[in-house]
Ligand binder design. Structure first.
Ligand code: SF4
Length: 190
């Protein structure tokens, strides 16, 4: 049974400043800690549901955190917003799962959930930089990093792929090179 801790315990700070994760399991642990400390902007249970989230805590050996009222309210609001886009989220999760390394579950769901957010993906995940997101992707979805060789913004890249497969998202041009949205899809995220 996990022991409940306060979300401002100093133990978490040392984990957040530790060496960069280098395995899917370490990345999952990082994301859980960043969720528990309120750094990330994700719905309740990271969008996984209560039971899978508890299982993830056990797998990552992370104790449950006691979150504040504001954090709780924010997570609840994000859960309500996610519910309105659940089908889209599941489609993206399914697509991501095809590229996820076997030992990285439930990373596909977490990335899909964060992609439904309103900030840059790396920000909603609570990462420090966009480069950190690329390192996470390299570790868990190496084939996607190869496919995104032009370093397109990740959310745009996901939807570009969905568009190519005939999904809900439709690009404004058959070619990125000729598209008026190009700057928005490829510009650096600051
Ligand atoms: S640049 Fe245009 S075609 Fe390329 S992904 Fe963006 S919207 Fe789609």
């Amino acid at each position: 049974m996990n022991q409940a801790i306060r979300s401002d315990m100093p133990l978490q700070a040392s984990l957040l400043t530790a060496a960069a994760p280098c395995s899917p399991q370490e990345w999952l642990t990082q994301l859980v800690w960043r969720f528990q400390t309120g750094i990330s902007q994700l719905p309740r249970y990271m969008g996984l549901g209560a039971e899978p989230y508890q299982q993830l805590l056990v797998t990552c050996n992370v104790p449950s955190a006691v979150i504040g009222l504001l954090q709780h309210q924010r997570q609840t609001l994000l859960s309500e917003l996610l519910a309105m886009r659940e089908q889209e989220c599941q489609e993206l999760e399914q697509w991501l799962s095809d590229y996820l390394l076997p030992d990285a579950a439930p990373m596909a769901r977490i990335i899909a959930v964060a992609s439904m957010g309103y900030n840059h993906l790396w920000q909603d995940l609570g990462l420090d930089t966009r480069q950190s997101l690329r390192e996470l992707m390299q570790c868990c979805f190496p084939d996607l990093v190869q496919m995104n060789s032009q370093n397109m913004r990740w959310k745009k890249f996901f939807y570009r792929q969905q568009c190519a497969l005939g999904g809900n998202y439709v690009c404004r041009s058959p070619s990125c090179d000729e598209c008026v949205e190009r700057e928005g899809c490829f510009a650096p995220e600051e």
